[in-house]
Each structure stands twice: as C-alpha cells, then as structure tokens.
Design a protein around this ligand. Structure first.
Ligand SMILES: N[C@H](CCC[C@H](N)C(=O)O)C(=O)O
Length: 261
C-alpha cells in the first residue's frame, strides 16, 4: 500500500500534508506518523497534518508533532494547510477552517509560487509576565525570553534546559529567544514534540511579538527567523487581552510522493 503525501514548508518549518477526506490514514497510528516524519526512515518533517472534512467549515486541520502525537495549534502549519486547500481547489482566496484551538480565518494575499498567507490566531486572555520571561498560549504554549543578541547563542541547549525543567517537564513547552534587530525582532525556537530547534515557529513568533509589545508598545512586528521572515500584528486591549492577531508569511509546496506503507 502506498500513501500519497505532499510536502510543504513555511519559513523552513516543514510539514507532510495528507488529504484525509476519505480517511486514508488512521490518525491514531502514532508510530506510522512518527515514521513518516523521520528524516532518515521516512519523508522527514517537523510535523504532519491531515486535512479532513468538517461541516460548516472549509476543512479541519489536524496537526501532529514529529513524535507522532496530535498536538496543539501550529501557525506555520496553519498557513501551509491553507495553501494545500487552495491547491486542492477546496478554497479560493479566503477561508474559515477549524483546528484544535477553534476557528481560524485566513486570506491568501498573493498566489505566486510561494503563497503569501495571513492567518488569524485565537485571542489571548491570559499572559504571565515574569521577572525575565513571558509565558503565554498562542494556540500552543510558549515561554519567551529576551536576549541581547543571537550571536553564537545556543538555542538548542538553552531551550532544552527550560523545556525540561521541573515546571515544564511533564507537559512540555516551546521556548523562544528574542533579540531586537533594527526595526525587527529575531526569534529562535526550541519546539517540544520535535525536541529540537526548528527553523521557525509560527505560534512562537506570535508569542514573541506580543511579549515584545511590552517593551516597545508596537502592535506590529517584522520577524526574522532562521528560515525566513514573518509579520505579526494585533490589537492590544490591555496587558492580558490581545485580539485581531494575524500571522503573515509564506507557505510553499515543495514536492509530492508516495510513502511505502
Ligand atoms: N511549529 C508550530 C508549533 C507546533 C507546536 C508544537 N511544537 C507543540 O506545542 O507541541 C508553529 O509554527 O506554530
């Protein structure tokens, strides 16, 4: 048996997409999903997504980390699945779909080879402000720490330490390091579930931008990640309430193939 898959990436956060409207894959098969995501034994990806049917919405997004476990929301993945739905002819230039954290709207801003997509994220109504960190859930949980610069900064080791400390060991957290670079912020992320630094993390840059607004008062940020540039803008009602959060960036179809089951 062979399984049709499509590979996409959004700022270097890479995903395997499967059209599961006819349930060709069993979403409970954690070891199969882990194997497909494996960079040596499988296709390779930071995560895998299933596109499924959902009444009253264009589709349902189901996101799995590369460890095979169904996870919380993924911002880069969200843009990639919108691009996938567009290529499948399910949507045209805008959509409303359902993900694990609720409804998301998205707009396709251009349809060049690399689609530029704006994805609306859930409102925030709770944010922890520590002495030298921020902790918030932007669809996925994110610990945010500001550093003077990223020169020789070891995101993997520093992120791994925080992800595995007493507080986060059990559930895990994603960990973001943020530095200011001219009119942008640079963000590097250690992702739980991948247990490694990824080239970019959408929900992570949203958390980083919201945290940075406590330092600059801006409500719109240009973001630099290892895998490319993103934009985040939002409306800050007060220190605990943020709405109209939009993540904008590229989503690119890379290749397709058949996975040998
Ligand atoms: N890369 C994703 C986040 C995946 C979330 C996952 N690593 C978790 O919290 O379990 C993003 O672009 O938002």
């Amino acid at each position: 048996m062979q399984l049709n898959f499509f590979k996409y990436q959004g700022t270097g956060n890479d995903f395997i997409l499967i059209d599961n409207r006819d349930f060709i894959i069993d979403s409970k098969d954690i070891s199969l999903i882990e194997k497909i995501c494996d960079r040596r034994f499988g296709v390779g990806g930071d995560g895998l997504m299933l596109l499924e049917n959902e009444e009253n919405f264009d589709f349902r997004m189901r996101y799995f980390n590369s460890n095979g476990k169904e996870a919380s929301m993924c911002g880069n993945g969200g843009r990639c699945i919108v691009a996938f739905a567009y290529h499948l002819g399910i949507i045209t230039d805008s959509t409303s779909f359902i993900a694990v954290d609720g409804e998301h709207k998205a707009k396709i801003l251009n349809n060049k080879k690399e689609l530029l997509i704006s994805l609306q994220m859930q409102n925030i109504s709770k944010l922890e402000i520590g002495e030298d960190y921020f902790y918030l859930n932007t669809g996925s949980p994110h610990f945010v720490k500001f550093i003077p610069n990223h020169n020789n900064f070891d995101t993997y080791s520093e992120g791994r330490k925080i992800r595995n400390n007493d507080r986060f060991k059990k559930e895990g957290t994603n960990v973001n390091f943020v530095s200011f670079q001219d009119d942008s912020i640079m963000v590097s992320t250690f992702e739980r579930g991948v247990e490694d630094e990824t080239y970019s993390c959408g929900t992570g840059v949203v958390a980083a931008a919201i945290s940075a607004s406590f330092k600059t008062k801006n409500q719109s940020f240009k973001i630099i990640t290892k895998g490319g540039n993103l934009k985040v803008n939002f409306e800050k009602i007060d220190s605990q309430n943020i709405k109209e959060i939009w993540l904008t960036g590229p989503a690119k179809y890379v290749f397709t193939g058949k996975f040998n089951l």
